[in-house]
Ligand binder design. Structure first.
Ligand code: SF4
Ligand code: FES
Length: 330
């Protein structure tokens, strides 16, 4: 499905255009149905996982004028304002700080606000790479297929400067960006995923400092110390982990987490590692015990797909690997 072009904005200053291909979803109102004693009925997860909502799914394309350096979030905001107010997506800070706008861009989990049009747009091959029976090649098994895949990749990777011009508008046609909700989570509407299950998993592992609770007091019993002091070397051991914004990008990239509810997930483990490394926290043993479970570290297959997309630069796979070593060495 395609939509009209922008009408309200002055689009004369835009020198390029891009097509956003959005995987949309509109939920159907849930009917309250009494479940009888069905032995196959899905039980709720101890981590609060929710069932997959039903509704209408479709793909909608928006071809819009852009500056190549705009973010994908900026472009979506203009679409929502000028073309289609029904398009739903979540965001807050717009600067990679709140973690609320994680989606899949071209199939990879990413934040909308840090994704730049120039980097994300790709040109589609003129014809799909298929064999004589019409099946799409998934790997270069033969020389011919390898050449076809390489040519398709070359076409897709054309830079903004080399992009052809659209005949009607004269703008550089940067190609297509595909947007879908964050994988591994139930979708609520359009690009909004329900991340409650991740937040429940993080909460269950007590993401706060646990100290013995003794505070220094004055002779008359008043509290004298309001903070637990720490040396810079001790802070350096876990500081990068405090940058986690709980965006869920690592969870969306993890093939184990995406496969179901049997894994507590990389974001929860990163938050646990943050307190395990903090020498002010006195619940290390309890924390290591809590993740030494079948759905804890035992479920991690060390694929390390979680490391590359972390927008805060945390090497998630390596941090989890070190946590696993610490659990096993107890
Ligand atoms: S570890 Fe990185 S990718 Fe994972 S939730 Fe935290 S900030 Fe997001
Ligand atoms: S809008 Fe806050 S991180 Fe992107």
């Amino acid at each position: 499905m395609t939509t009209p072009t922008m009408e309200q904005s002055d689009t004369s200053t835009y020198d390029a255009q891009v097509t956003l291909r959005v995987h949309r979803f509109s939920p159907r109102a849930e009917k309250k149905r009494e479940r009888k004693s069905n032995p196959f009925a899905r039980k709720s997860s101890p981590f609060g996982g929710s069932h997959r909502p039903r509704g209408k799914s479709w793909v909608q394309e928006y071809t819009v004028p852009v500056h190549a350096d705009d973010s994908v979030l900026d472009t979506l905001l203009r679409i929502k304002r000028d073309i289609d107010p029904t398009l739903a997506f979540r965001y807050s800070c717009g600067h990679g700080m709140c973690g609320s706008d994680a989606v899949a861009i071209n199939g990879s989990p990413t934040l909308l606000c840090t994704a730049i049009i120039r980097d994300m747009a790709h040109r589609e091959p003129a014809a799909p790479v298929t064999d004589n029976d019409g099946f799409r090649k998934t790997g270069p098994a033969t020389d011919e297929a390898a050449t076809a895949v390489a040519e398709a990749a070359e076409t897709a990777a054309v830079s903004a400067e080399e992009a052809p011009r659209d005949e009607a508008t004269g703008r550089l046609d940067l190609g297509v960006i595909e947007l879908a909700p964050l994988p591994g989570f139930p979708v609520q509407r359009d690009l909004i995923a329900d991340i409650d299950q991740m937040l429940e998993q993080i909460k269950k592992l007590k993401p706060y400092l646990m100290h013995n609770g003794e505070l220094a007091t004055t002779k008359d019993g008043k509290i004298d110390v309001f903070e637990y002091l720490q040396k810079p070397e001790a802070l350096a051991k876990y500081e990068i982990l405090t940058n986690c914004i709980m965006c869920g990008v690592c969870e969306g990239a993890c093939p184990v987490y995406s496969g179901g509810e049997a894994f507590v997930g990389p974001a929860a483990l990163i938050n646990q590692a943050r307190f395990v490394r903090d020498d002010r926290d006195q619940a290390t043993e309890e924390r290591l015990e809590a993740i030494d479970t079948a759905d804890g570290i035992a479920a991690c297959q060390s694929v390390r797909a979680c490391s590359r997309p972390c927008p805060k630069g945390i090497d998630v796979g390596e941090e989890i690997w070190q946590l696993i070593a610490q659990v096993k060495e107890r």
